[in-house]
Design a protein around this ligand. Sequence first.
Ligand code: MN
Length: 243
Amino acid sequence: MPCLTRRTLIEATAGIAVAALAPRIVLAQTAPPPAGPFRQDPLPYAPNALEPSIDARTMEIHYGKHHAAYVANLNAVAKDNPQIAQMPVEQVLAKLGELPDAIRTNVRNNLGGHANHTMFWQVMGPPGHRPEAEVAAAIERDLGGLEKFQADFDAAGLRVFGSGWVFVTVTRDGKLAIETRPNQDSPLMDGKRALFGNDVWEHAYYLQYQNRRADYLKAWWNVVNWPKVAERYTAAKAGTLGI
Ligand code: MN
C-alpha cells in the first residue's frame, strides 16, 4: 500500500482544487508530439512574421493543425510499415509504386504533404529580399524575367482546380520550370526537385483572403525567402537538394 503522509494528502487535495479552477484551455497547449519517426521542423520564424501577407492565425492552423495532421498520419502508418521512414523522404516519394497497395495512397497524400510543407515553411520568411544573382539570372534565362515569371506562376496557381500546389522545378544543371500538382503531389514523385513552391489549398489563405486566391498569390511574393531559394538552387546543382 502506498504511504500517504499528511503532507502529500494536503498537496494532492490542493492539486485537485487547483485543477478544478484552472482554465481548461491549458490542456490544449501541452499535448505531447505523436510518437513515431516523422517530425515537423520547427517553424523558422514567429507565426506573425509574415504579416500582413499571411496572417498569424492562418500560419498557426496551417503549421500546427494541417501539417501536423499529415505527420501524425504518417506516424500511424509507420507503426506497421517502418520501411517508409527508413529512406530519405524524396526516395520514398520517388518509389511510391513499390509500396503495398494498402498504404500507397495514404503515403502519397501524407508524405507528399509533409514534404511540400517542410519545403514551404523554409522558402518563406519576413519580407525584404529580392532574387539573388544566380537565381535571378536563371529566371531571366528560363522564365522570361522576374515580372513575366511571377505573372505566369500566379496564373498557373490560379488554374489549379481545387487543391494543389504551384512549383518552380529545378534540374541538376540549374534549369527552371513552372509546374503544378494536384492535392499533395510533389515533383519529387517524378524524381524531380522543387526549388520552391506555393500552397494553393484554401487552408493556406481562406481565413484572410476567402475566395481571392489571386490576391493571396500576389501577396505571397512579399514573403519569399530568396536567400533560402539561392541556397536550394546551389544544392540542386550539387545534387544535394532533398525535399
Ligand atoms: Mn497546406
